[in-house]
Structures are given as C-alpha cells and as structure tokens.
Design a protein around this ligand. Structure first.
Ligand code: FAD
Length: 461
C-alpha cells in the first residue's frame, strides 16, 4: 500500500531587512556623500583670514563668523546679481567661497575653514545600487575629467589633502576620482552610514512616514526603510535614447557611452598611436561609426575612432551658429587639447580624412545595416554603419518609484516638505556646484529636526 503524506503548505516568509533611519538618502554618488558628510557634523565656517573679495559676501559672512554656514540664513545670496543669474545662488556661492576666481585661473586660498562637530551628527543612512562613488564607478577608468581636480573636492578633505600634495596635472583620470570618493568616506568615518547594492523600487508615504523598499542586488534580499525624511540623490544614470521605432531591435549595433564604444572598437581594431599616421590615406574599408551628439562624450567617441583609423560620421543637431556657443567652444586648448582639436573639425576649421560632419541633422530611422539621416534642408541620406554611438545626454527614471509626482524648488518637494533632491537629479550636474545644493538640504534637514539653532537665535529659512 502506498501512503501519500500531504504536508500543509508552508508559508515562506520572504525575509525582509528592516531599518529605521531619518533621513534616508537614495544615491551614493558625490551628492549622497557630500550630504552625508554635512549631516555627520562636517561644518564650514567663514575664514576671516581669507576674506572674499565681494564686499557684500564678506560683510554678510563676517557678521556670522561664529556660526557654521549650515546654521545661518544664506537667502541673501539670491539677491546678489552675480549669483541670482545662475538660478542656483547657493551652489554658486559655495563654489566661489571654496574656489574664489577659479574660472579666471586664480589659485587663491578658499574662504572656508572646516570643523568636524560629531555632537551635531544627524543619524542617517545612504543607500545606492552601485559601490560608493555612484556614477564614478561606471566611467572609463582612463577618462580624464572635464573638471580640474580641485573642482571635485568634497567637504573638509580636498583631493590635494588626500593625495598629500597638489597633483602634477590639472585633470585626473576618472579612476582617481572614484578612489578619492571611497577613501573620503573611510577617512571621515562615514562608512557605517553607507549600504551598497541596495536597489530602490518604491518610495511611498504611509501616514507621516516614508517607506522605501527594494532589493539587494547581491543576494536578492528585500529591504524596507522607514524614515521621516527622504533625499533623492540618484543622479541621472540612464542614457537618453533616440526614441526611434527600430532602436530596440538594432540594439546590438548601438552604444550609448564612450566606455562601451571603446571596448567594442578595441575588440576589432588596432590603435594608431603615431598622430602622423593621420596624414596617410585611410586603410579602413569598413562602414563608418556614426556618432550622434555634440557634448564631450560624443567628442570622446569621435576621438577614439580617429585614433584607431576608423571613419566617423558625426551627426549634430545644432547649426553652425549654435555650435559656436556650446560649452566645448569655451574650453582652453592648453588644458583640453583632445576636445578643442575635434571641436575645430566640428565647426569646419580643420579637416580630417576620416571625419565627416553633418550639421543641423537628425537620425530619422534605423535598420540593422543603414541609418537614415534627415538634414535641415529636408534632404534624406541613407548610410551604412558599423556602430551607432548615441551620446545625447542622460536622464533619470527614478521618479517612477514614487506613487505621485513631485516638483522641486530650492531642493525641496513642493508637494511634501520632508522630501528633498540633490546632485544631478536636482539639476546640479557638476560636483563643484552640487555640494552647495547639499549644504542647502543639510540646512532644511537640520531645521526640520528642530535642532538647537533656535536657542542660538539664528534664523533659518
Ligand atoms: C562621461 C561623464 C563625465 C563626467 N565628467 C564630469 C566631470 O569631469 N566633473 C564633474 O563635476 N562632473 C562630471 N560628470 C557629471 C556627474 O554626473 C557628476 O560628477 C556626479 O556623478 C553627479 O553626482 P550624483 O551624486 O548626483 O549622481 P551619481 O554619481 O550618478 O550617483 C547616483 C547614484 O544613485 C544610484 N541610483 C540610481 N537609481 C537608483 C535606485 N533605483 N536605487 C538605488 N540607487 C540608485 C546610481 O546607481 C548612482 O550610484 C560627468 C558625467 C559623465 C556621464
């Protein structure tokens, strides 16, 4: 006789790691790191030994020299013409205090001094899907930064201090920035605040508490974090697509960043190291790489092709007139020769046997072997290609984790005063500016946490 035993169905309780943290910061790139530093007690004070040359800035800060910038009302910065024009007065104020006259090549000392006040620490948690350093873990490690190394400084421990001396070159490879960000977190003893490989899938409000949920990418374990305040520091990490009907179907021929293009080229071509080889006729018979976009990433793509003797067709949406005003046009040849050389080809001042530009043009359709390019005069050009490199900017899809839409003003949600945004997600794309935005959010959070500023008689807005 066969006995069949039925066991009652076991309810598998999916294990969920639960945390309480206030605030919770989603994103562990430069913005998440800078904010964590401020919340851990790293405070900037006006250094009266190095007064700022702007009289209003000097007088305002001098009057509050005993208070950290986090504890003082800096709203006057939006009344200063030179700051208000930027639309982000505090970001620009912070930059000009840390690096006075940097854009004019000045190397004057900064006007801030830093003090660590551990007793002011606001308990918080920083989560991110990457390792500490955010997007800087994803870039081509050899890519030289557009920013000079001191423009990448985090609060209170500069690149120069970390390297124990000023770097010999102005621009460092991206791997140095990624390493600096990790070492910064360790040196400031912020490491326990950071939880890597946490991927957020939803953030919703239950009563007056935010509930952030997601999965750890390392072991699939779910997490749930409850907090009174949330800061979105998730950057803009998804490349913009052309949004053409066949784009997904042709994805094996399309790349959206320099690193992937370089890896693809390196697996098929050898590098032309000697620049003089540029003058010899092209040995390449292959279909061209088509590069779309006119920012530094697209220029990097063009450069990597030319260095490998690969023909490039550069599709640029702007007209010649518009192209004369882009950021590339303002870069100094002394520091950015790799960009200015190609910019000259883009505006037609220089020619190269392997480089063809199409201005005022767009990719209008794509198949696995051809692209169709529509020019400003409505001419349609059909062209074979080997790879299509699309570098037309980045966006974020993070807002889909919320169940309702939020708009941000002064880094705070206009719909909910306990939700904030910093860094690239909030429109501060460069590290030199995003730290000032983090300072503003540290002010908001300190204010919300009702710390002892009221006793000090300092007005926070
Ligand atoms: C090719 C390139 C070169 C650049 N060069 C410079 C330069 O020279 N100087 C400069 O100042 N800036 C440069 N930038 C801009 C760069 O974006 C900023 O330096 C900076 O990284 C922005 O910091 P962030 O903290 O806002 O975002 P990020 O560094 O992008 O960090 C955001 C983090 O949030 C994470 N995240 C996103 N969604 C989720 C989710 N659902 N769950 C969990 N985590 C999530 C991301 O994975 C990432 O780890 C460059 C950008 C590119 C693309």
């Amino acid at each position: 006789m066969m006995i069949i035993l039925f066991f009652p169905a076991v309810t598998v309780d999916v294990q969920v790691s639960k945390f309480y943290s206030d605030p919770q910061i989603a994103g562990n790139g430069p913005a998440g790191i800078a904010l964590s530093s401020f919340l851990s007690g790293m405070h900037p004070f006006y250094d009266v030994r190095h007064p700022h040359e702007n009289v209003t800035v000097h007088e305002r800060l001098l009057a509050n020299q005993d208070f950290s910038l986090i504890d003082q009302d800096l709203s006057w910065s939006s009344d200063l013409t030179e700051l208000s024009q930027s639309g982000r007065p505090l970001s620009v104020l912070y930059d000009m205090l840390v690096r006075p006259g940097a854009d004019m090549g000045s190397e004057s000392p900064g006007c801030l001094q830093w003090e660590m006040h551990r007793e002011r620490e606001v308990d918080h948690m920083v989560i991110g899907e990457t390792k500490i350093g955010g997007s800087w873990n994803e870039y081509d490690p050899a890519m030289l930064t557009v920013s000079f190394s001191d423009w990448m400084d985090m609060p209170g421990l500069t690149m120069e201090q970390w390297l124990c001396g000023r770097p010999m070159v102005k621009r460092l490879p991206s791997v140095a920035i990624a390493t600096y960000l990790k070492k910064y977190v360790e040196k400031l003893r912020l490491r326990k605040k950071f939880h890597q490989h946490f991927v957020v899938s939803s953030i919703r409000k239950v009563g007056d508490v935010w509930v952030t949920e997601g999965k750890r990418s390392t072991d699939g374990r779910m997490f749930r974090i409850r907090s009174k305040q949330v800061v979105v520091a998730c950057g803009k990490t998804s490349p913009r697509k052309l949004e053409l009907p066949n784009e997904e179907l042709c994805s094996s021929n399309i790349v959206y960043d320099v690193r992937t293009l370089k890896e693809r080229l390196d697996s098929t071509k050898k590098t032309v190291i000697d620049e003089e080889c540029y003058d010899t006729p092209s040995t390449s018979t292959s279909a061209p790489v088509i590069v779309v976009g006119d920012g530094v990433s697209s220029v990097d793509c063009v450069r990597h092709c030319l260095e490998r003797d690969i023909p490039v067709v550069h599709v640029i949406r702007r007209t010649l007139r518009e192209l004369r005003n882009v950021m590339l046009s303002r870069l100094s040849p002394a520091h950015y020769s790799e960009y200015t050389n190609i910019y000259r080809m883009m505006i037609g001042r220089h020619a190269h046997k392997n480089y063809q530009r199409l201005l005022d043009s767009n990719i209008s359709s794509i198949s696995k072997i051809h692209v169709e390019i529509t020019t400003g005069t409505r001419e349609i050009i059909e062209m074979p290609y080997s790879t299509l490199a699309v570098c037309i900017g980045r966006e974020s899809h993070f807002s889909s984790v919320f169940d309702s839409a939020h708009t941000f003003l002064d880094y705070r949600s206009q719909q909910d005063p306990t939700l904030f945004a910093v860094g690239a997600y909030a429109g501060d794309h460069f590290v030199r500016f995003l730290v000032g935005g983090c300072l503003r959010v540290a002010q908001h959070i300190n204010c919300n946490m009702n710390n002892n500023n009221v006793e000090k008689g300092v007005k926070l807005v």
